[in-house]
Design a protein around this ligand. Sequence first.
Ligand SMILES: CC(C)(COP(=O)(O)OP(=O)(O)OC[C@H]1O[C@@H](n2cnc3c(N)ncnc32)[C@H](O)[C@@H]1OP(=O)(O)O)[C@@H](O)C(=O)NCCC(=O)NCCS
Length: 203
Amino acid sequence: MLTPVIVAIPPVAPPRSPRQVEQQRHYARLALKHCAERAGAPAGGWEQDADEAPLPNAGFHWSVSHKRQWAAAVIAERPVGIDIENIVPRGRSLHETVGSDEEWRIMGDRSWLAFFRLWTAKEATLKANGLGIGELSSCRVMEVSDGRYLTTSYGGQLWPIAQFFHAGHVAAVTCGGDDVDWCVLEEKSKRQNVETSKAEPRP
Ligand SMILES: CC(C)(COP(=O)(O)OP(=O)(O)OC[C@H]1O[C@@H](n2cnc3c(N)ncnc32)[C@H](O)[C@@H]1OP(=O)(O)O)[C@@H](O)C(=O)NCCC(=O)NCCS
């Protein structure tokens, strides 16, 4: 069972300021701390290499992602990648950058939801391989199983991806075919609400 955690980021720092990025990174580490508790992994020691790629810690691999309103983290006993994006319209030309005609046929449509499903799936796959967006075109979507699962291919390997939709955002994690138990931590009226969503078994 994989147990990714998504944490709400309060709107404290000015948008697009260096402090905002700092805050995003802070909340990603908070999500990571929750993941460590859930996975029985060490509380500290989550280091990165000179290129910022996460380094394994006591046999555990990790990945984080952060946008303005939400941060996400995952820990696994094998290489793992996570990505979260806000589903908002962008420039139409991005479709051609992110996917081939064949991939768009597999996705079923060119909606912004499909776009961010494709984008987050590829980013999560590349992160699991310690790579950045420079390798985007080498990663392909091979199959869409349903609204929550799809499969990418990278490096001669297939990567099952689980996705989760929350508050206008989509998150993707490389799940290796395991069940995924997503956890959302949200602070409301000074009271922390914990919403968990047990994904049903893979179809
Ligand atoms: C790494 C990358 C995929 C991150 O994507 P993003 O949507 O901008 O940001 P996210 O919030 O989803 O992820 C950021 C996290 O990715 C992680 N990360 C960075 N480099 C990574 C790598 N090589 N492999 C895996 N994870 C990486 C970091 O933990 C980072 O969080 P932190 O800064 O708080 O430590 C992207 O920024 C990237 O490709 N950077 C490398 C530069 C590059 O390849 N440029 C080529 C341009 S064509």
